[in-house]
Design a protein around this ligand. Structure first.
Ligand code: HPA
Length: 308
């Protein structure tokens, strides 16, 4: 009886000691610094920029804007594969490069080749090329991408200036230990797409005779296109266009204090409007058709930015 009693008395003490032990283990794990998988500074240090070239403006070439590369007075090209530690696809190989040079007299860095989440990369990897552009000097970035439209009056071929985004359906690229060298832990996203830049874009559109709409963009992971019900849901949330990139890159750039302008190229309708048989090929084809207007508009925006 006394023995049994002693056992009961010891049990809470043992449990207490075990909990203490577990807490101690948990604590030592959480105080261990979380190392970024990809060392951004090492990547940037491995890039040798020739002739002290210092880019001021970054441009991300989405589908349809690739011909813009031909307009650049090229100073240097840096294939992604030449950058030490640059993310490699776990699923499929990818080609990509930075182009450094002058566009409309402005020193630019062009990201010719994106990393998509649907390829199997982590979100940290997805935003790495954007962060490198900012580290190399870009204080402003123009994002472009191909999107589906969830409203009748945004037709394939239309260009849309992103006035806000919804990134609630994709993992946030800032999850994990915050790198204080890049920016603050908590980022204000009340004006993700800079008002002043949007004004310049609309003015430039008027000057070159391009109809530029305004809309809310929503990012999904892909690689599937939307079901009618998904598109209906996104539209009901206030989104006008949907695509598989851009918003997370904007988040990473805003984290670093970079100003962002985003331009969508509508390549298809989503099936809540009409089932137009969207396919990757159709997206490419329609992006190519809009390329002339897209290039004209971006060149004019860059020229106006250079004159500021
Ligand atoms: N959905 C998602 N991403 C896209 C689409 C679309 O309809 N078109 C081009 N990128």
């Amino acid at each position: 009886m006394t023995r049994k009693f002693a056992g009961f008395a010891l049990a809470p003490l043992l449990a207490f000691l075990m909990v203490l032990g577990l807490c101690a283990c948990g604590q030592s794990e959480s105080t261990e610094p979380l190392k970024a998988e990809h060392d951004l500074n090492a990547m940037v240090d491995s890039i040798r920029i020739e002739n002290d070239f210092k880019p001021e403006l970054g441009i991300v070439l989405g589908s349809g804007l690739h011909p813009l590369a031909d307009e650049v007075e090229i100073v240097q090209e840096i294939p992604y594969e030449d950058i030490e530690g640059f993310p490699r696809s776990t699923v499929e190989g990818h080609a990509g490069r930075y182009i450094l040079g002058y566009l409309e007299g402005v020193p630019v860095i062009i990201m010719d080749g994106r990393i998509h989440y649907y390829e199997g990369y982590s979100m940290e990897e997805v935003v790495t090329p954007d962060r490198i552009m900012a580290k190399l000097g870009a204080e402003t970035v123009i994002m472009t991408n191909a999107v589906g439209s969830m409203r009748k009056d945004f037709k394939p071929g239309d260009l849309v200036c992103i006035n806000d985004h919804i990134a609630s359906f994709v993992p946030n690229p800032l999850i994990g230990q915050n790198d204080e060298d890049l920016g603050d832990r908590f980022v204000n996203m009340a004006e993700s797409y800079d008002k002043g830049l949007r004004k310049i874009a609309h003015k430039a559109a008027g000057q070159v005779g391009v109809d530029l709409k305004d809309g809310v963009f929503l990012q999904v992971t892909g690689p599937t296109f939307e079901t009618p019900a998904e598109a209906e849901l996104y539209a009901s949330l206030g989104a006008d266009t949907v695509g598989m990139s851009t918003a997370v890159e904007t988040i990473a750039l805003r984290h670093m204090g970079v100003k962002v302008l985003g331009i969508n190229c509508v390549t298809n309708y989503c099936p809540n409007v009409v089932d137009d048989g969207t396919s990757h090929e159709a997206v490419q084809e329609n992006a190519d058709k809009a390329a002339g207007r897209m290039v004209k508009l971006v060149k004019r925006i860059v020229r106006d930015l250079g004159e500021r």
